[in-house]
Design a protein around this ligand. Structure first.
Ligand SMILES: Cc1cc2nc3c(=O)[nH]c(=O)nc-3n(C[C@H](O)[C@H](O)[C@H](O)COP(=O)(O)O)c2cc1C
Length: 226
């Protein structure tokens, strides 16, 4: 039985994570009678001090599926740290030898799925470093909307594409000599201006929840000369 390890890496603590939901959706399409499934939540792994245990699990994977949100046009710091520490603790000591297949599911707030490409390249580079085989990425634009409005009629096509993309992962992990597919790009079909307006409202609501005002969102604390 092949061992599939699912890694979710949203820095969110108490809120629902979109990337985790996508990962669970992908996991539900993988046949449980043929594959054993183990889940690692990077955020929890760090806060519960169970990194060594999870690195052990990670090192035994035959398939790794990593799902994470785009943060500042790359992957969240907790995931960078997790993968770097794993690399230092396991590959430098020479523990890695098996051929592992790696997939990335990356979702972002901007509607264009291409925004995630650089982050996928980082996972590809990591795969090379651990001598694993990076297969392909599922790049999702407008992730929060895709998830929140998944039952709305205008999302039907995008949700279908999402399902097909995750089915492609499920098929690809079963094949030995399958030609390498291209990345899969999925965006939301929604008027852009309205999308950005709603996104802006979301940031303002978040600011208020955190005791800030709208104008605080425009502060530039990183400018030394102001
Ligand atoms: C601090 C922060 C930085 C973000 N940076 C980007 C970004 O650079 N580009 C983008 O399109 N979305 C960005 N987003 C949006 C997230 O990628 C998006 O909301 C994602 O669905 C969150 O997934 P999660 O619920 O699993 O954390 C950012 C969100 C936060 C909170």
């Amino acid at each position: 039985m092949k061992n599939v390890v699912f890694v979710s890496a949203s820095p969110k603590i108490n809120e629902q994570s979109v990337s985790k939901e996508f990962l669970e959706m992908a996991a539900s399409l993988i046949n449980a009678t043929e594959f054993s499934k183990t889940f690692i939540d990077v955020r929890k792994s760090i806060s519960a001090h169970k990194l060594s245990e999870d690195f052990e699990t990670f090192s035994k994977a035959e398939v790794i599926i990593i799902s994470f949100p785009l943060y500042y046009f790359c992957m969240p710091g907790i995931l960078t740290r997790f993968l770097e520490d794993y690399y230092h603790s396991h590959t430098i000591s020479g523990n890695i030898s098996n051929k592992v297949k790696v997939y990335a599911i990356v979702n972002c707030g901007f509607p264009e799925p291409e925004t995630n490409l650089e982050a996928v390249r980082v996972i590809k580079s990591f795969s090379r470093h651990i001598k694993a085989e990076f297969r392909f990425g599922v790049l999702i634009g407008g992730g929060p909307m895709m998830f929140a409005a998944k039952n709305a009629p205008f999302m039907k096509k995008a949700v279908q594409k999402l399902n097909n993309a995750f089915l492609s992962i499920a098929e690809d992990i079963q094949q030995e000599n399958f030609a390498k597919p291209d990345h899969i790009y999925i965006g939301v079909n929604f008027p852009k201006r309205l999308y950005f307006f709603m996104g802006g409202r979301g940031w303002i609501t978040s600011a208020r929840k955190n005791g800030l005002q709208k104008k605080d969102l425009y502060k530039k604390p990183y400018r030394l000369n102001e």
